[in-house]
Write a protein that binds this ligand. Structure first.
Ligand SMILES: [Cu+2]
Length: 176
């Protein structure tokens, strides 16, 4: 049984920002080939098994946006990167498009660190425990443009040298 986050990570649940407006998506990962297009798609069930769970919470306040990601039942002791992307999830992992940027880089794909950084994009680092559970939180000093950010994507992490995000292993539709 996964340990409830109320026990494991109480600090995450005590955010005053949660009283404000925002979005919560809670879904089990399904194959992209499911009869009904899933809210949460796993592209790599060895890392993100079908039936594992994600909850994404967006909380808006006067000064910006807080995003919390909670995973249960994913591969244990695994590092993942979670980013907000512009597009919807689909069978093709590339369908979720590029990262959402507050100030959009005129050159895409964006590699310029002046734009591709964790103040201009929403990026979270997750490491699952022995049960395959993880949670992370980040905050940025801006709000999403309506309709501009439509998914949260989980990537594997290349750990050699500087940590960089790799393959897209899962995607959940979220209208930020
Ligand atoms: Cu990404």
């Amino acid at each position: 049984m996964p340990v409830p986050f109320t026990t494991a990570l109480p600090a995450l649940l005590l955010l005053p920002a949660f009283a404000g407006p925002g979005t919560v998506v809670s879904a089990d990962f399904d194959p992209a080939t499911a009869f009904v297009p899933p809210v949460a798609t796993s592209h790599a069930p060895d890392v993100v098994p079908y039936g594992s769970h994600i909850r994404v919470t967006e909380a808006r306040d006067a000064g910006g946006t807080t995003v919390v990601v909670e995973l249960t039942g994913v591969a244990p002791a695994t590092e993942l990167a979670a980013h907000v992307h512009t597009g919807r999830c689909a069978a093709d992992p590339a369908a979720s498009g590029p990262h959402y940027q507050d100030t959009a880089d005129p050159v895409q794909p964006s590699t310029d660190p002046a734009y591709a950084n964790d103040r201009n994009e929403v990026r979270l680092a997750l490491r699952t425990d022995a049960q395959g559970d993880a949670a992370a939180r980040t905050r940025v000093g801006w709000r999403f443009r309506p309709g501009g950010a439509r998914s949260l994507v989980l990537h594997t992490v290349h750990a050699e040298g500087a940590r960089t995000a790799g393959t897209r292993v899962a995607c959940v539709n979220v209208d930020f």
